[in-house]
Design a protein around this ligand. Structure first.
Ligand SMILES: [Zn+2]
Length: 394
């Protein structure tokens, strides 16, 4: 095994983390990378200004009080708080990252509950925006954290309007278009980011340090064409695989935000959760001179015209976003729709309704963006939007 998370007993572990499978360390599982030792009882984390809730983390000496203090003043942006994003947000909040910004365009549905750990049935019944529901759950875990929740499609404009620049961007997205946007934003602005992806029981994660390590475009210059890869629609997704990828993302995030840059795992971590295997590829890969982002300093995702109608992975839903953004008079529209639709529900910043034949449900946000549920047919969703909202969407 080349790297990483080793579960074999009695086999020399080259790097790092040994999972204890109910076996005490004295039996002789070598733990080399992270120098583990027991801290003397008189070492008091609270004396170093550490909150009691973080005491166990600080007692792990490769992390320690200094990293904990840096965490408390750090800021992570998590783009997408679905499966990966909600796991990472949960871990970073509990670990004491001082500021979190959550961006997600979607609402909670029952089919999310299998793997999106910050949500419950009440969130799904109410169709709550994920960013808001996640922020509320995180505040219940630690009320002292600064959490900003943005219910929005993530694009360059969203990034530029953030209330503060993040120290790190975490990939919680489910599509390559947004990942290439994250990559180009990160490289152009010099912000580290941590890629993550899961399909079925397999996943991968990679830390990208602008100017120091290979970026997503270095290892895959262009996004794969639509239909070229499995999606969570076609291959499904298992929660334990999500948890493993999110664990790698979270741990690297804690190292980075804690100032432990030299401890980062550099390369592409590939996980097969079904077979409990983890491997590191492209170890210490550097930025490529022929990479359009790292070498040529050109950032296609920042200049491309973004798609305005996209099917949402695994959702039987389509997002429609009008090019001409503007505030929608939701109350006025609700009144105009009248009996033409059913199940009209008007709430702060959001209008929901269904077609009379039950073939589609629409959640419309005040900025004109809509989620059309009931089909992944983008043309049909555009047509439904045109017919009932009437802003165009082309
Ligand atoms: Zn690159």
């Amino acid at each position: 095994m080349e790297v990483g998370i080793a579960v074999e007993v009695g086999i020399a572990v080259e790097v790092g983390i040994a999972l204890e499978v109910g076996i005490p360390l004295e039996v002789g599982i070598p733990v080399s990378g992270a120098r583990r030792r027991v801290v003397a009882d008189d070492a008091d984390p609270q004396a170093a200004g550490v909150r009691p809730r973080h005491a166990r983390q600080v007692r792990f000496t490769p992390f320690g009080a200094a990293a904990q203090q840096r965490l408390a003043t750090s800021h992570a942006l998590i783009v997408g708080v679905g499966a990966l994003g909600s796991h990472v947000a949960d871990t970073l909040a509990r670990a004491g990252v001082g500021r979190l910004t959550l961006v997600d365009r979607d609402v909670v549905e029952e089919s999310n509950l299998q793997r999106q750990i910050l949500f419950d049935e009440a969130d799904a019944r109410a169709g709550r925006p994920k960013a808001e529901a996640a922020a509320e759950a995180l505040r219940a875990i630690d009320a002292s954290l600064h959490i900003d929740a943005l219910v929005a499609h993530f694009d360059l404009r969203t990034f530029e309007r953030l209330p503060a620049r993040p120290d790190l961007i975490v990939d919680g997205t489910d599509n390559f278009a947004t990942r290439y946007l994250l990559n180009d934003l990160a490289i152009s602005s010099g912000t580290p980011w941590i890629h993550g992806a899961v399909i079925g029981a397999e996943g991968r994660a990679m830390v990208v340090l602008p100017g120091e390590t290979a970026c997503l475009r270095c290892i895959m210059p262009e996004a794969p064409p639509p239909g070229a890869l499995d999606t969570c629609d076609t291959a499904g997704v298992l929660a334990p695989a999500v948890a493993q990828v999110a664990a790698v993302q979270s741990l690297e995030a804690l190292k980075l935000l804690g100032g432990l840059r030299d401890q980062l795992v550099r390369g592409l971590v590939v996980i097969d959760a079904w077979r409990a295997s983890t491997a590191l590829f492209l170890r210490d890969a550097k930025p490529r001179a022929d990479c359009v982002a790292c070498g040529a300093r050109s950032f296609p995702a920042l200049t491309e015209d973004p798609a305005d109608v996209v099917a949402l992975c695994g959702r039987d839903a389509v997002q429609v976003r009008p090019r001409t953004a503007g505030d929608v008079d939701l109350a006025g529209l609700a009144a105009r729709l009248g009996d033409a639709v059913t199940g009209v529900e008007l709430r702060r910043g959001m209008l929901r309704f269904a077609l009379p034949d039950g073939s589609a449900r629409i959640t419309l946000f005040a900025d004109g963006r809509a989620l059309v549920f009931g089909s992944d047919d983008v043309d049909r969703a555009r047509a439904v939007y045109d017919r009932y909202v009437g802003l165009g969407g082309r």
